[in-house]
Design a protein around this ligand. Structure first.
Ligand code: PEP
Length: 256
């Protein structure tokens, strides 16, 4: 991380876990252990149904609430969907876009990710755009090409003045929920590549300011080493965000 130029952000992704009744204890735990972090922004991306509770519990502290997805259209006949404006109105600040589970199980494409990023920015949400290669793509030696194409697509309609609101999360698909973490070198190489792409499109100053997280089995024992890399500006944390103590240890590592 390099706090001189950009924000360090640790975001928990609860995925489809925690009913509102269960979420209360986890939110209280996270609030108790993480609310004092001064040097990094802490976010919890909760299921839609937990958003009102999370906003209420966290309203008087520095921890922000995020969502895990949203629809690309502003409103309309899309039964079961949630719009960016609804999230904004509910008190949400961040929204995860294009998580690999959305790409894999719900057919989300780079084009759809681009539409969602644009819509999130219009609603003044901060998109956390997930990119990453599969194990097969890594073995084929095309990681940088794949991630580069995902980044370019996500940014295709993003103007320079909106770029500073975009966060990237490099998440190798093979490292998500598997307990297998990318090596520090692998993570740093790809995060650096993402910054290079941003630099080519928007210039050096914009590239210096963009937050790029790593995600994929980041936990309390590997966070410190990953976050020591200049190009890794935080983490998107799945499994380890479901235990307040583990999440707090990662937040502390980012808050050093
Ligand atoms: C994620 O869901 O974005 C993630 C990185 O999960 P995990 O930390 O469990 O690998």
């Amino acid at each position: 991380m390099n706090r001189r130029y950009r924000k360090t952000i640790i975001a928990g992704n609860w995925k489809m876990n925690q009913t509102p009744a269960e979420a209360r204890a986890l939110l209280d735990g996270v609030k108790g252990l993480c609310a004092k972090a001064k040097w990094c922004e802490v976010v919890v991306c909760v299921p839609y149904i937990d958003i009102p509770l999370a906003v209420r519990v966290l309203k008087d502290c520095r921890i922000s609430v995020g969502a895990q997805n949203m629809h690309q259209e502003a409103s309309g006949a899309y039964t079961g969907e949630i719009s960016a404006n609804m999230l904004k109105d509910a008190g949400v600040k961040y929204v995860i876009i294009g998580h690999s589970e959305r790409r894999q199980y719900f057919g989300e494409t780079d084009a759809l990710v681009s539409q969602k990023v644009t819509r999130a920015l219009e609603a003044e949400l901060r998109p956390i755009v997930c990119v990453g290669e599969t194990l097969q793509q890594r073995d084929m030696g095309i990681t940088l090409e794949i991630v580069g194409a995902q980044v370019k697509a996500a940014l295709s309609a993003v103007s320079a003045d909106k770029l500073r609101r975009v966060v990237f999360a490099y998440e190798p698909v093979w490292a998500i929920g598997t307990g297998r973490t990318a090596t520090t070198e692998q993570a740093a190489e790809v995060c650096n590549h993402i910054r290079t792409i941003v630099r080519k499109k928007y210039g050096a100053r914009a590239a210096r300011g963009v937050t790029i997280q790593y995600g994929g089995s980041m936990n309390d024992s590997n966070a410190k080493e990953l976050l020591a890399e200049l190009d890794i500006d935080g983490g998107l944390i799945g499994g380890a965000s479901l235990k307040a103590e583990s999440f707090a240890t990662i937040v502390n590592a980012a808050n050093q």
